[in-house]
Design a protein. Sequence first.
Length: 415
Amino acid sequence: MGELRDVIGGRAVTPVFQPLVSLASGALVGYEALARGPAGTRWEAPATLFAAAREAGLDGELDWVCRAAAYRVALEAGLRTPLFVNMEPRAWRTPCPPDLAGVVAAAHDRLRVVTEMTERAIADDPSALLAATAHCRAAGWGVALDDVGADPMSLALMPFVHPDVVKLDMSLLRSPSEPYTAQVVAAVQAYAEASGATILAEGVETAVHERIARTMGATIGQGWRYGRPGPLPATAPAAAPLLTPASRPASIAGTPYEIVAPRRPVVETTKGELMPISRHLEALAEDGPVLLACFQDAQHFTPATARRFARIARHSPLVAAIGVGLPERPAPGIRGASLTTGDPLRDEWNVIVVGPHRAAALVARDLGDTGPDRDRRFAFATTHDRDLVIAAARSLLRIIAPAEGADAAGLLTPA
């Protein structure tokens, strides 16, 4: 591993850049930065380099090295076009090495960066996702969701990223007649229409691919048809003004009940009478949406509930159970989060479902009854308003810990 440490410690990583173009005019829109190890060595292939760094526990530092190298070259070239840089939200937890802080700060001041994230990283560390996207947007940078369609689960996580750019995976261009492709494209187009986000098609290699990309709603293309990864041009051209920020969802503070109840009718009823509503919302998550639930105490996450949630988790990118005394892994595939007895969520029973085609929430507050469990009274409200449901879900994502074994993965695509 000595050679690997020399590569990372010596900052011996070279960025290359692939152009992004307007599908309507062919004009340059921006570049995506990609990483390469030292030429002629076994570390030249980025997949090999990143895999070895991960094994050695050096991947966090390598991430910063790669991103800073891309920033440095772009700054030196006077790049005026947007620069797309892949980052996984878990890297937000890794401090920037002091020797790279200057170029990172300069990038914040002088570059137009679009940070790309993947659905896998979002599911691994939701709280880091929220921190990373908030940081990017506070800096005036854009956010993109990468490889949409490569994994059926990616669509369910799109609302939490709320990207300015949605990048369609190259596999969609190669199977335009498949029902799954139509499903992905319809969901992405609906999101783009509602938010104003830009659709970008990856892997455009032919005129046929280009035509298909346009039918899918893409306005930007990336692929060998427009250029392979390489150095930036000596004179950085100006970009066509095609990238505009997506509309921002309202930020609402509080617990799910505090977010939803003031905006929806509140009714009092018993736990037994709420159970059918809860089960109905759980059923909505059977085919892939995110499912987040608060159970007050671990005793309410019964073996039968654990079995239902584990079954849902086989088809969902993220299923979480929250309550006092719940472990980090309360059942196979389930993310757990334990509450303190003084946490306001201790008094709430929430079931929240978010997917590409549906959003629903049950929020309920315990009225403090004693006696039989099914007879305990709750004040509750339900909503299918997408923005309200997502706001409630985001309030829970902040307390879900990183997945076991989650690492700080590459900030540049190892491709």
